[in-house]
Design a binder for this molecule. Structure first.
Ligand code: 0PR
Length: 365
């Protein structure tokens, strides 16, 4: 650290040069994040110093968090759902697993997820000493229900299904998983980190949420398709009391017990997340999601016209292709199976898609 502080202008010119090194989202087709909505930025700035880790000091912020959970519970067909704002999908998945593990009290607990599950489950199982059993996917990149029986046993404490998979944008057979979970009384978590802010705004509606009776908890991230500032995810539980098994004593805080994983938490990002939902309403969200889906279909049609077939028909705005080359200047990602993967976030406007298709065409020529 410097002995004498740096003059502000010099400091900000240094920061600005570093900011210029960031790609921003220009020609970035690989990200599940995007420019935050201007109202999210404004709300975040307003609550910049707010710490939800000590909610009694920030009672207004804490009520915004409750409102956010209430709005999402209602959107997910269960207005009475409990929950809280996490730092993102990873924390939500860890916390869902903690609840399941504590509720079941098996000596050698295992969990069942599809092989397509996000890598956060691997981290979570390592931390929580859970045996992770991954069920292979079928040709549609969804959990293969023909095989699931071989993986479940009396020590299975958690079933996980994905609503909008990270790599292929698919949805696991959640209705069947819900039935299995109910029949065997297993905790069933839906990872809708991405799909949670897409699926409710699509027509016809897909059942992925608390409308399925076996669903115990849902993860949905405002900092992905909720266009909020980073970091904010949401964990929703069917019954508020489920969170209580995570309580630890916090004697010197304004609350005497806490169930969150993180201590200090950003009230700003939570205010931002709520602000976007309030400002856009369902109509505004539907319009943005519709645009993202239309761009996804245009991209798929364009790529197929160039001879690069889509790996699968996605349920959300993620398109994957058998296409080995990438035109210069573009950021796409690759799935574990080697497909080109493009997330049609709002910053991937129609003219960006057309420019990409043009450059793919040049490669092709
Ligand atoms: N569950 C699902 C289905 C996800 O897709 C992700 C993240 C998570 C959980 C974990 O969420 P957090 O990253 O909020 O903890 N999916 C993206 C991914 O890993 C995250 C991402 C976003 C990666 C932007 C890159 C990027 O530029 O691909």
């Amino acid at each position: 650290m410097r002995e004498a502080g740096c003059p502000e202008e010099e400091l900000f010119s240094f920061l600005s040069s570093k900011k210029d090194e960031d790609l921003g989202y220009h020609r970035v087709l690989s990200s599940m994040c995007t420019h935050p909505h201007p109202v999210a930025v404004r709300a975040h700035q307003m609550f910049i110093e707010s710490n939800l880790g000590d909610p009694g000091l920030f009672t207004g912020s804490a009520s915004l968090e409750r409102l956010l959970i209430e709005r999402l519970g209602t959107l997910f067909h269960h207005p009475g759902a409990g929950g809280y704002a996490t730092a993102g999908g990873t924390e939500s998945n860890i916390q869902a697993l903690r609840i399941a593990k504590k509720k079941a009290s098996s000596r050698s607990p295992n969990i069942i997820i599809p092989e397509s599950a996000h890598f956060s489950f691997e981290k979570a199982c390592d931390i929580l000493s859970l045996e992770m059993r991954t069920v292979p996917c079928d040709a549609a990149y969804c959990m293969d229900m023909e095989q699931i029986d071989e993986y479940i046993d009396a020590n299975t404490v958690f079933l996980g299904g994905i609503a909008g998979s990270t790599e292929y944008g698919t949805i696991d057979p959640l209705t069947s998983l819900s039935e299995i979970a109910e029949g065997r009384d297993i905790f069933f978590h839906v990872d809708a980190a991405f799909g949670g802010f897409v699926l409710p705004f699509l027509e016809p509606a897909v059942a992925f949420d608390f409308s399925l009776p076996g669903v115990s908890s849902i993860s949905a991230d405002p900092h992905k398709m909720g266009f909020s500032t980073i970091p904010v995810g949401c964990l929703l539980v069917r019954d508020e009391s489920m969170l209580r098994c995570l309580h630890v004593d916090t004697p010197y805080l304004t609350i005497k017990q806490a169930y969150t994983l993180n201590g200090t938490r950003s009230g700003g990002a939570v205010a931002g997340a709520l602000a976007v939902l309030e400002y856009l309403g369902k109509g505004g969200m539907r319009a943005i999601v519709r645009g993202c889906m239309e761009n996804t279909w245009r991209l798929i049609a364009g790529m197929e016209a160039w001879g690069y077939p889509a790996a699968v028909r996605p349920e959300v705005n993620i398109a994957t292709f058998s296409c080995p080359a990438v035109p210069e200047g573009w950021r796409v990602s690759r799935t574990r199976k080697g497909h080109m993967r493009i997330v049609c976030m709002p910053h991937v406007h129609r003219d960006v898609i057309e420019a990409f298709l043009h450059d793919i065409g040049e490669l092709h020529a």
